[in-house]
Design a protein around this ligand. Structure first.
Ligand code: PEP
Ligand code: MG
Length: 556
């Protein structure tokens, strides 16, 4: 028996046969020259292949309604945007014309160019987008082959239906987002992919579809046989191969216990979030899109403690207009009303930029210390104003608060508040509505803000501890670098000191305070925070019920 490790997405375990996806991208493109008179025909071939693939995307969306979520729609839309991006299509056409080469050759040459540009940017977001473009080019070349063979394009599901048996675990080096639904529809129970990271779009999709997966899996080439029985443990990110009867029995028992646990947890949906000694805790949800707000409400929350709005931009891979943002915020606010929704303004940085914004902004050499969060918003006030106006318009429909990310000093809050006040006036005049000046809070996620919390409190209506970044900046550990992830230590005296300082100072000065970082997901930590006087935590939707149950068992 041996194990392969990766990043687990989910909590479930699957025992099933391995479907090894071989030669996913193995394309052999011969260098083919054409004459000038053939260019029109070649460009026409390219355009037809783009149309065919675009139709596939739309078909997948239509024929997969039962799995459709807001996330999935956005992800498909982002694939279509890449497919129709002038950088891919128009530039490839130019290559056909200028270099007199076939559509396939021109596509591959253009792909190499795009990949080279993305490779210059060392951040996970662009690495993911590089894979997206590669996948789309592969599919376009397949379409061109189909055109050549004069075959009718197959129904996009039929190839899979002929091949993959239901109830398998799908293993591959990489997979494009739009292909996942057809595998799931055909009964694939889990995915183990060498590509992807916990912050990738793939992870978002698997989470929202509630399909167990492992991303960033160690290379499995030649190690696992097609059809071999394997165990996928999405909680720990482990893939077990060649397990004996004893190990299989242990995992089967864990699966059984997992089902029972989930059933029992449902009893907590209708219960208040309260400790054993009857102290009420406000349990809030962290969300990235409107679909998650519905799930949070079904589970029973006291509100949304963190709406990470930048994910709306990332999922659609574009800059959202004020109206588009308004619709997204309104939908969350209406779902939650009258419960509060804390909308965090854009926390964009080099790790989280839609590629459509890439040419507009230079890349920081050290993104975590660069122009991210509130710094970005104060430098790009058009974006900030559009977002604030969208939030103010949506605030008519419920209870909204605005939260500012990456605050390091009070001047940033003062400037942001001025812009917010101006937006209140602007919206009142232009839209003829009367939004109330909103509550404005700060993420406390940089050591300077935590140490100087006293100086910030007079300028804010509430504070929320972002422990993910607070640990990154206090312990000098890059959040995206797996080589230093073992150095994350919530027990470090400096981390404990900063958190305690913020909680106690806020309580002394009657400033509402909560925690929305991952640390709040750890019951041992939460117990300590509650002992310090904290009464509000905000965590991922998938972990809410477990936390409610754990809180019910502690005494403080
Ligand atoms: C944090 O930094 O703890 C946080 C909640 O925000 P994000 O993870 O989005 O940076
Ligand atoms: Mg943060």
């Amino acid at each position: 028996m041996f194990t392969l490790m990766g990043h687990g997405v989910g909590t479930d375990i699957v025992i099933a046969k391995a479907w090894i996806n071989i030669d996913f991208t193995g394309l052999e493109i011969r260098h083919t020259e054409i004459t000038e008179s053939q260019t029109v025909k070649e460009i026409e071939r390219l355009r037809r292949s783009v149309k065919m693939l675009d139709k596939d995307f739309r078909d997948v969306s239509d024929s997969f309604k039962e799995f459709k979520t807001g996330d999935f729609d956005n992800l498909l839309e982002s694939q279509r945007l890449i497919l129709n991006d002038p950088l891919l299509v128009l530039e490839t056409e130019k290559r056909i014309q200028n270099s007199l080469i076939s559509a396939e050759c021109a596509l591959i040459t253009q792909l190499e160019y795009i990949v080279e540009q993305f490779s210059k940017i060392s951040n996970p977001y662009f690495q993911e987008r590089k894979i997206d473009v590669e996948q789309i080019v592969v599919q376009l070349v397949k379409k061109l082959n189909l055109l050549d063979q004069n075959k009718k394009p197959k129904n996009s599901h039929s190839e899979i239906t002929e091949q993959v048996g239901p109830g398998w675990i799908f293993l591959s080096d990489k997979l494009s987002i739009n292909e996942i639904p057809k595998f799931i529809q055909h009964g694939i129970k889990g995915f183990a992919l060498e590509s992807g990271s916990p912050t990738s779009h793939l992870a978002t999709l698997f989470k929202s579809l509630e399909i167990p997966a492992i991303l960033g899996l160690q290379e499995h080439n030649q190690l696992i046989e097609h059809g071999e029985k394997i165990i996928l443990d999405s909680e720990y990110g482990i893939l077990l191969v060649g397990a004996d009867d004893h190990v299989l029995a242990e995992y089967e028992e864990r699966i059984e216990k997992g089902h029972e646990k989930k059933q029992k947890l449902k009893a907590f949906i209708s219960l208040p979030c309260r400790t054993k000694n009857n102290i009420d805790v406000r349990l809030m949800a962290n969300i990235e899109n409107p679909a998650e707000a519905n799930k949070a409400m079904e589970i029973g929350v006291s509100g949304i403690g963190l709406f990470r709005t930048e994910f709306l931009f990332l999922e659609r891979n574009k800059i959202l207009t004020e109206d588009e943002q308004f619709e997204a915020y309104k939908s969350v606010i209406l779902t939650l009303s009258p419960l509060p929704v804390v909308i965090r303004t854009l926390d964009l940085d080099a790790d989280k930029l839609p590629s459509t914004m890439f040419t507009k902004f230079t890349q920081d050499s050290n993104p975590a210390l660069g122009q991210r969060g509130i710094r970005f918003s104060l430098e790009n006030t058009d974006f900030f104003r559009a977002q604030i106006q969208a939030i103010l318009r949506a605030s008519e429909y419920g209870n909204v608060k605005i939260m500012l990310p990456l605050i390091t000093e009070k001047e940033e809050i003062i400037k942001a508040r001025q812009l917010i006040d101006q937006s209140v006036n602007f919206v009142s005049k232009i839209r003829q509505i009367n939004p109330k000046p909103p509550c404005v809070g700060a993420m406390i996620e940089v050591p300077s803000a935590a140490i100087a919390i006293d100086s910030l409190i007079p300028h804010i209506d509430f504070a929320s501890l972002g422990t993910n970044d607070l640990m990154q900046y206090t312990l000098a550990i890059d959040r995206t670098n797996s080589k230093v992830s073992h150095l994350y230590n919530p027990e470090h005296p400096a981390v404990k000191f900063l958190i305690e300082t913020v909680i106690k100072t806020c309580i002394n000065k009657s400033c509402p305070v909560s925690i929305c970082g991952e640390l709040a997901n750890d019951i041992q930590q939460t117990r300590n925070f509650l002992k310090m006087g904290l009464r509000e935590v905000s965590i991922n939707v998938g972990d809410l019920l477990k936390m409610k149950e754990q809180i019910s068992r502690i005494e403080i």
